[in-house]
Design a protein around this ligand. Structure first.
Ligand SMILES: [Mg+2]
Length: 468
C-alpha cells in the first residue's frame, strides 16, 4: 500500500436532489425527494432537508410520503444529471489520467499518476481546489475523501458529507475503522451484516479479533479472506480507468409486462444464477455487477456496482443485483430484465490511454430507446413532476403537479427569484415541454476559454485579454 493519502474519492452531495434545488429556487432549503412516483416507486435521492424526516435512497416512495408529506416529489431528469456529471468528470480528468467513475456522481482519482499530489499537504490542497472548482463550474457541492487506499478514501468522503473534505493520515486507518459497524466495509450488505451479527460480530475490530479462519468458516473462502483484509485496512486495489470491454450477461424479454414487484425480484435472482453459471463455465470472474431493466415505455436503465474484488460467487451476484434493483422504479411494468458481470480482464496500458483520451464509462444510464412513447403513454406522463416546460406568455417553468386534467406550473429559472404558481388545462396549447436550463450561465467559462485562446496567439490583443 502507498504511504501517502493520494487516492481521492469524490461523491457529490445528494446529487439529483441538489441539482433540482439549484434549478428551482423555490425548493432551496426545502425537503426534495427525487425518484419513481408511482405506487411502487422508490427514492433515488433525498435532499438533506428530507433526510431529517428519515427518508433515504432506495426507500419505497409510499413510505417516504408518509414520513415527509410536505416534501417536493420529483421525477428524475437524467439528461441534466448526465450533463453535469460530464463537467465534474472533466475536472477529475484534468487532475489525473486515472479516473474510475463508479456512478454519475462518484469516482476515484489517483492523484499520483501525473504528480497532482505526492504527500498529505499537496493532496489536501488538490482536494480543496477540486471542491471549489466543482462549485464554480456546476454550482453544486461534492465531498472529498483522501487516503492511501480506495476503501479508506471512500469511507473518508462518506464521513466528510455534506460539503466537506476528510483526509485519513496513513497509519491511523485501523484506529478509525475499529469501532465502526461492519457495514462500513465495502461488500458487507444487509445479508452479510446479519450473518456476522448472529455470530456476535458487529464492529470491524470484532472481525479482526475473530481471526481469518473464523471469518472463512462464517462467510466462505472468497468473501472471508477479503473481509479480514479489509478489517485490517489492507487494500491494494489500484485506480483503474475502466472500460467496459468484456462482460458476461444474460437477459430475458417477457411476452407480458411484469407488474408484480416480488416476481421482478425472483426473475432477477434467477438471471443472476444463470449469469454465474455462464461465468463459471468460461472460468471467469468479474468485479462489476450490472442490472438492466427495460420498462413498459421502453425506457431502459442499467445500474451497476463495482465490488472490491472479482467474484464468481452466486450469493454475491444475487445480493448485488437485488440491491441494484431496489433503486429502480418498476412501476408500470417491466418487459425485459438482464444481469451481467463485467470487469473481467486485466487492464492493459492500452485501455488506460484510451480512457485518458476522453472515453468515459458511467455506471448510470437511462435512455429512451424508442421514440414511441408519445402515443402509448398515459395522459399524466406528459407532465412529469419536476420536468421543464415553457409557456408562451409566462416563460420557463417546471411542473409542480398534474391530475384531473390540470397541470400546475411554477415559473422560475436557476437564476431567478422563487417564482409564482399557475394552473392550466393539461391540453393548453400555450404550454409545451422545454429543454432544461443550465445551472450556471455559460458566460464566465466561455470568456476564460477566449482569453486563453487570445493569449496563445501572439496578436496585439494578447495583453488586453490577459487582464480580463
Ligand atoms: Mg452522491
Amino acid at each position: 500500500m502507498r504511504t501517502a493519502p493520494t487516492i481521492l474519492h469524490l461523491d457529490m452531495d445528494a446529487f439529483y436532489a441538489s441539482v433540482e434545488q439549484a434549478s428551482k429556487p423555490s425548493l432551496r432549503g426545502k425537503a426534495v425527494i427525487v425518484g419513481g412516483l408511482g405506487p411502487r416507486g422508490v427514492v433515488a435521492t433525498a435532499s438533506y432537508e428530507a433526510r431529517v424526516f428519515g427518508v433515504h435512497s432506495a426507500m419505497p416512495m409510499a413510505q417516504a410520503r408518509r414520513l415527509a408529506p410536505n416534501a417536493a416529489y420529483l421525477v428524475p431528469r437524467f439528461e441534466v444529471y448526465r450533463a453535469i456529471s460530464e463537467q465534474v468528470m472533466g475536472l477529475l480528468r484534468a487532475l489525473s489520467p486515472l479516473v474510475e467513475p463508479l456512478s454519475l456522481d462518484e469516482a476515484f482519482v489517483d492523484l499520483e499518476a501525473e504528480g497532482a499530489a505526492w504527500d498529505a499537504e499537496s493532496a489536501r490542497l488538490t482536494g480543496t481546489k477540486l471542491r471549489s472548482d466543482i462549485r464554480a463550474v456546476t454550482g453544486l457541492t461534492g465531498s472529498v475523501g483522501l487516503a492511501a487506499s480506495k476503501m479508506l478514501a471512500k469511507i473518508a468522503s462518506e464521513e466528510a458529507k455534506p460539503d466537506g473534505l476528510l483526509l485519513i493520515e496513513p497509519g491511523t486507518e485501523r484506529a478509525l475503522l475499529g469501532p465502526k459497524s461492519v457495514r462500513i466495509l465495502p461488500g458487507v450488505g444487509p445479508a452479510t451484516g446479519d450473518h456476522l451479527r448472529r455470530a456476535g460480530i458487529t464492529t470491524v475490530e470484532e472481525i479482526v479479533e475473530a481471526g481469518e479462519d473464523e471469518l472463512v468458516r462464517l462467510v466462505g473462502k472468497a468473501h472471508g479472506h477479503g473481509l479480514y483484509a479489509m478489517a485490517l485496512a489492507h487494500d491494494d486495489r489500484s485506480v483503474v480507468a475502466e472500460r467496459d470491454t468484456k462482460s458476461v450477461s444474460v437477459e430475458d424479454t417477457y411476452d407480458v409486462d411484469i407488474h408484480d414487484r416480488v416476481r421482478v425480484r425472483t426473475e432477477v435472482q434467477r438471471l443472476a444464477d444463470r449469469c454465474v453459471r455462464r461465468l463459471r463455465g468460461a472460468r471467469l470472474s468479474g468485479r462489476t455487477i450490472v442490472l438492466k431493466v427495460r420498462r413498459y415505455d421502453f425506457s431502459t436503465l442499467t445500474r451497476s456496482e463495482t465490488l472490491r474484488g472479482p467474484t464468481d460467487d452466486p450469493a454475491v451476484v444475487r445480493e448485488t443485483a437485488a440491491r441494484l434493483l431496489e433503486a429502480v422504479d418498476t412501476t408500470g411494468g417491466v418487459r425485459l430484465l438482464g444481469v451481467g458481470v463485467s470487469g473481467l480482464a486485466d487492464y492493459t496500458q492500452e485501455d488506460l490511454f484510451a480512457q485518458a483520451a476522453g472515453e468515459t464509462h458511467l455506471d448510470d444510464e437511462d435512455t429512451l430507446e424508442e421514440p414511441a412513447r408519445e402515443a402509448a403513454a398515459p395522459a399524466e406522463r406528459r407532465w412529469p413532476a419536476g420536468h421543464d416546460v415553457c409557456h408562451t406568455e409566462f416563460g420557463h417553468g417546471w411542473v409542480q403537479g398534474s391530475g384531473l386534467g390540470r397541470v400546475t406550473v411554477r415559473f422560475e429559472t436557476p437564476d431567478s427569484a422563487p417564482g409564482r404558481v399557475r394552473t392550466f388545462r393539461t391540453d393548453d396549447p400555450a404550454l409545451q415541454p422545454a429543454d432544461p436550463l443550465p445551472l450556471i450561465p455559460a458566460g464566465p467559462e466561455q470568456s476564460e476559454v477566449t482569453a486563453v485562446g487570445r493569449k496563445a496567439s501572439p496578436g496585439s490583443q494578447g495583453t488586453v485579454a490577459a487582464k480580463e
